[in-house]
Unconditional design. Structure first.
Length: 86
């Protein structure tokens, strides 16, 4: 029988909420900003408290993934919020 007593179901529920908010925010806030906030919040929820390390990781990952999606795969992903009209 599996032992589920060590699992943190509340953390999983918080991640589901975070992913839902990310899905709702990606269009109005733009891909770059909403993905960066999503990753920073996810790192924080997992216990990583070094903001300088988190930002140093998040910025290249977000820009690299946006470049891969939009420039190399040809999938249009709006990088900026809708209010900029891009």
């Amino acid at each position: 029988m599996a032992d589920f007593s060590t699992l943190d179901f509340w953390r999983g529920a918080r991640f589901l909420l975070l992913m839902s908010l990310y899905g709702l925010a990606i269009r109005p806030m733009g891909f770059l900003f909403s993905t960066a906030v999503f990753l920073l919040c996810g790192f924080w929820m997992l216990g990583e408290r070094s903001w300088s390390k988190n930002i140093a990781i998040v910025i290249p990952v977000v820009i690299g993934f946006w470049y891969l999606m939009s420039q190399m795969l040809g999938v249009y992903v709006a990088p900026l919020p809708e209010i900029f009209g891009v």
